[in-house]
Write a protein that binds this ligand. Structure first.
Ligand SMILES: Nc1ncnc2c1ncn2[C@@H]1O[C@H](COP(=O)(O)OP(=O)(O)OP(=O)(O)O)[C@@H](O)[C@H]1O
Ligand SMILES: [Mg+2]
Length: 576
């Protein structure tokens, strides 16, 4: 569907479920603030204030509050229909209401009644219009959970009758003790419904939920002699924290899997939990789990950047948090093509021992599934669900090209809205997701990204200096199993003035081809020759480079400790 900017219906965050109310009040407050964050997308921020839901002190009871305040139709966005149903059942019991469930196969049935074959179900209400009529005709106080109703609220022509009926029902339910709760994994809402339906983001389960789940599983298997439970408080904490971001069902699956694999549950099972998270990332289709072998010592030069990164290696530990360190937000690596920006992103993942998630923004825009804004939200949620993690947004300038300025680009402002969602998240995020963005060109980047506070630092990655080039030759010769000391590295570094790391690597490869075809071993002259045959990009793009350099001066921190030679500047040819 196409969504009209600024007309997204009121969206409120929910804490997890009622049972999680056992969590500390502080956790509730944190959940509330997180929920606030997720609701603060630019589009939803623009929703009219008259229709926003007043926030109670404890976000965890949001669903209960909305029902008691008689919001007629609530749309809960979550995969976890079971948890929603459980929570509704609790609310129904305390408020003395009946709970009905509608599915398109069963029609309306009392919650908890035995599932029947779809043929014998109450077929008369399986049609959405008939179901809505039945809801209207019921008299007693009741809650109606509609599962998979979202195809009927979508903005397509054939839904026109259902949409109209829903609006009528919303109006009529206001004076009754009946509430409709639609639960669906994604939001599909026609613009006509936006004022009648309240959206609730159902937060993923919290540590307390996982603890309860683990207790239940342990209780279930404790009499089986072949199963060993070896969990001290520390191990349990690790396991439960690793499970954060999974749905309860996914967590149950993965705990069961650990039992099946080795007949025990202990702290080592954290790795099994992480492998489950890779699955989540794969399924999301927007992020790519990037397993990288690159180490920081395979990056030549860039001492300032490396030092900055090394200093923050322990920043995501509990100890650092106790010490009062905020978790780093992210960096922007700005600079010349082929100078190691992407390489650094890969290396930092192994340095910090955190999963690296590559965010393919282009694919997000091009995706046939869901709108770009929803995809952005989903990508962010996925990244947060596996936190702590590194979110690598490669070539952010190209990804969001067109999002700058008034926002009314050729795409109707989609890029700018999506980028706005990203920036809002970046500014407010409290989850330990470290963002590494890389860019070649600042002219496409909206200034908001460069504002202080969004990211921790902007590094300018220039062409390598002579000393750095020696290092880069050393690294790549070693990678090709050659002994670097057998080469005149000083000479090669001199001859490669203006070359990027990628071009040096390329020159070595073409030197290897030359040597191989001539039947000789790779040596300095062959390499010098292949350097001479290469015209580095910095020569052809010298103007762009000087523009970038002069922009970076005073605005960005140099990634290298040493200054690159200015060989690429356009030099005046004076005839003497
Ligand atoms: N400083 C460096 N040290 C070692 N190798 C390097 C360095 N810079 C670049 N390389 C080599 O060049 C390759 C390409 O570099 P990388 O992909 O990191 O460039 P980039 O800065 O991301 O460029 P682009 O802006 O085009 O994306 C690397 O995989 C690496 O082999
Ligand atoms: Mg790159």
């Amino acid at each position: 569907m196409t969504r009209v900017p600024g007309s997204v219906p009121p969206r409120v965050g929910s804490g997890s479920n009622g049972a999680a109310a056992a969590g500390a009040a502080a956790a509730g407050a944190a959940a509330a603030s997180r929920a606030g964050t997720s609701a603060a997308g630019p589009a939803s921020a623009a929703a009219p204030s008259s229709s926003t839901v007043p926030r109670g002190p404890r976000a965890i009871d949001e669903l209960d509050v909305l029902i008691r305040a008689r919001y007629p139709i609530i749309y809960v966005v979550t995969w976890e229909e079971e948890r929603v149903e459980q929570q509704l059942a609790r609310i129904a019991t305390t408020r003395n209401k009946k709970l009905f469930v509608w599915t398109c196969t069963q029609g309306i049935v009392r919650a908890g009644s035995e599932p029947q074959s779809s043929k014998s179900g109450s077929g008369s209400t399986s049609d959405p219009l008939a179901a809505l009529d039945t809801i209207l005709s019921h008299v007693e106080p009741a809650l109606y959970l509609l599962k998979d109703f979202h195809p009927f609220t979508e903005d397509i022509r054939c839904n026109i009758a259902t949409i109209r009926r829903l609006r009528d029902v919303a109006y009529q339910l206001r004076d009754t003790y009946k509430t409709i709760v639609i639960v669906a994994p994604m939001m599909r809402l026609a613009p006509e419904l936006q004022k009648d339906i309240t959206i609730l983001d159902f937060k993923p389960p919290e540590v307390a939920d996982f603890n309860r789940l683990l207790d239940r599983i342990i209780e279930d298997v404790k009499d089986k002699p072949q199963v060993k439970i070896n969990l001290d408080a520390d191990g349990r904490e690790k396991l439960v924290h690793a499970a954060r971001g999974l749905t309860l069902r996914e967590a149950e699956n993965v705990f069961a899997k650990t039992l099946v694999i080795d007949g025990k549950i202990d702290a080592d099972d954290v790795s099994v939990v992480f492998s489950e998270k890779q699955q989540i990332i794969k399924k999301s289709g927007l992020l790519e789990y990037f397993a990288s072998q690159e180490q920081l010592d395979t990056v030549g030069g860039l001492e300032n950047l490396k030092e900055w990164l090394v200093k923050r290696s322990m920043a995501f530990t509990e100890r650092a948090a106790e010490f009062g360190l905020p978790s780093p937000k992210g960096v922007l690596l700005l600079g010349v093509q082929g100078c190691g920006k992407s390489l650094c992103a890969k290396a930092v993942s192994s340095l910090w021992k955190l999963p690296l998630l590559r965010f393919d923004v282009g694919r997000m825009f091009g995706s046939l599934v869901g709108s770009s804004e929803e995809n952005m939200r989903r990508a962010i949620q996925t990244a947060e669900s596996v936190a702590p993690a590194i979110l690598w947004v490669d070539e952010i300038d190209k990804a969001f090209a067109g999002s700058g300025g008034s926002g009314a680009g050729s795409d109707g402002g989609t890029a700018s809205r999506v980028f706005g969602t990203f920036l809002t998240w970046l500014g407010d995020k409290t989850t330990p997701v470290f963002v590494i963005a890389t860019a070649n060109d600042i002219s496409h980047l909206p200034p908001e990204l460069l504002r202080k506070g969004r990211l921790d630092e902007i590094f300018f990655v220039d062409l390598p200096s002579e000393a750095e080039r020696v290092e880069i030759f050393r690294i790549h010769l070693e990678k090709k199993s050659r002994v670097p000391d057998g080469f005149d590295l000083a000479l090669l570094a001199k001859r490669s003035d203006g070359f990027s790391g990628a071009e040096i690597e390329q020159a070595i490869v073409s030197g290897l081809f030359d040597a191989f075809s001539h039947g000789i071993e790779l040596d300095t002259p062959t390499l010098a020759n292949s350097l001479a045959e290469t015209v580095p990009l910095s020569k052809t793009m010298s103007e762009q480079l000087s523009r970038l350099r002069s922009w970076a001066q005073g605005r960005a921190r140099p990634a290298s400790g040493t200054i690159a030679t200015g060989s690429t500047e356009v030099r005046r040819k004076i005839e003497l």
